[in-house]
Design a protein around this ligand. Structure first.
Ligand SMILES: Cc1ncc(COP(=O)(O)O)c(C=O)c1O
Length: 422
């Protein structure tokens, strides 16, 4: 048997240890093998909360997707496409039907003209579009300004690119940013701003004035803006979504991203898209062709059809979600939590009562365990300050029965149980 010394940082167990003893070759542990670009990527809070939900049979108001099905007429279109033999690889940049449908609605709704051939790319959800855009334009060591609380992929994508996320905080109560603080974050290393409008998790819909201010900063400092607009159609109370690319000087420096998963409540189909001027699109496609190459074909055909029906569909969608938002908001007002009314998206954040000393993670775990309601603590979505420690995120893309049951459970939490968190 060969003489063998285990490295301290590489404590091997089971099979790995046996292999090392038999061969004299000390294999690295999986942890040691990890590339440095993912060294700070760990299990997401969503996985943790889902585990709590399963363990405690909790009503899940945390997970960010509908617990009801998308429209039957879109499913029928997908079946028809499958039966018509649309089952092989789609073109790398997406089916022509889908790209044309995106170009048509962008023109109809916002007056933006994207060339469907050269400026629209279909991706495996908005998630892939974001990833491709960051990898295509951000160098290791660059800085990328993101808003916090952030959408987790915005932060993670920048880290995976070997770059540095620099956070500008959206402050309560209306989640505005401080323009001076924002501009101070711009340095010669800044390459990109990532914006989420409407915003997950705050429900903020950026005003024309705010967007013009950001556009002005981007133009003056020659920055790209990755504008994540997946909730573009989920706006309430007359709030109007303004796509960043529609502002003067922004078409040539914006990568706009959206998702049919959010628009049509079918997140499992993972059909998203990136829109950007040709030169930028070429770079995004350079990554996309080796990340996924192509996205599922019948789904694209069905979603092309669905995008053509937006005018009829959107009033139904907005009324459905606005009703759910109001139901959840009103119910939370009857608990010790203080909800903030969102104007877009399908999340709302609520403040933890001041009497509760425990932070958001302990509070969320307590609610899953003792109330049977799973929600998302907000601190994992902050990197530069600890405002998130006092907030929880709720998702209202849920059946009314789910929301009602979650609220009933929260209302049954006795005052002593809240005090026990003090
Ligand atoms: C802000 C934001 N961007 C992107 C995504 C991902 O979209 P998709 O499911 O199309 O990948 C989500 C999903 O929750 C989101 O909230």
């Amino acid at each position: 048997m060969p003489a063998f010394h285990f490295r301290e940082e590489n404590r091997l167990k089971g099979k790995g240890r046996k292999h090392a003893i038999e061969t004299g070759v000390e294999p690295l542990s999986a942890m040691t093998r990890r590339a440095s670009r993912i060294s700070s990527i760990s299990e997401s809070i969503f996985a943790t909360v889902t585990r709590w939900a399963v363990e405690h049979q909790a009503v899940n108001l945390g997970q960010g997707f509908p617990d009801f099905d998308g429209p039957e007429w879109i499913i029928a279109e997908a079946h028809a496409a499958m039966r018509a033999g649309k089952n092989q690889y789609a073109p790398m940049h997406g089916t022509r039907s889908f790209r044309r449908a995106v170009a048509a609605y962008q023109k109809r709704f916002y007056g933006i003209e994207w060339d469907p051939e050269d400026e629209i790319t279909v991706t495996a959800g908005a998630t892939e579009a974001l990833f491709c855009a960051v990898l295509a334009f951000v160098e290791p060591g660059d800085e990328v300004i993101i808003t916090e609380p952030f959408y987790d992929a915005h932060h993670a994508d920048v880290l995976i690119a070997g770059a540095v996320p620099v956070c500008v905080t959206l402050h309560k109560p209306d989640f505005r940013f401080d323009p001076e603080a924002f501009e101070r974050l711009v340095t010669p290393r800044t390459r990109m701003i990532i914006l989420n409008n409407p915003d997950n998790p705050t429900g903020k819909v950026y005003t024309d004035e705010e967007l013009r201010w950001i556009a002005d900063v981007a133009v003056r400092h020659d920055l790209l803006v990755l504008s994540d607009e997946v909730y573009e159609f989920l706006t309430y109370d007359g709030a109007r979504h303004i796509p960043l690319a529609s502002l003067p000087g922004m078409r040539e420096r914006t990568i706009a991203v959206s998702s049919t998963g959010k628009t049509f409540g079918m997140t499992g189909w993972k059909i998203g898209y990136a829109m950007a001027e040709k030169g930028l699109t070429d770079a995004i496609r350079a990554v996309h062709q080796f990340a996924t190459f192509a996205v599922n074909t019948p789904g694209q055909h069905a979603m092309a059809y669905a995008l053509g029906k937006l005018e009829e569909y959107l009033p139904v969608l907005r009324t459905l979600y606005a009703t759910k938002r109001d139901l959840l908001f009103a119910g939370l007002c009857r608990t010790p939590l203080t909800p903030h009314m969102p104007r877009g998206g399908y999340f709302l954040v609520a403040d933890i009562p001041e009497s509760v000393a425990a932070g958001d993670i302990a509070c969320a775990e307590h609610l899953a365990r003792h109330a049977g309601v799973a929600v998302i603590p907000l601190s994992p979505f902050y990197a530069s300050c600890d405002e998130g420690k006092r907030m929880l995120r709720f998702c209202f893309a849920k059946r009314d029965e789910t929301i009602r049951e979650g609220l009933a459970r929260l209302e049954r939490v006795p005052p002593e149980a809240w005090q026990s968190l003090a």
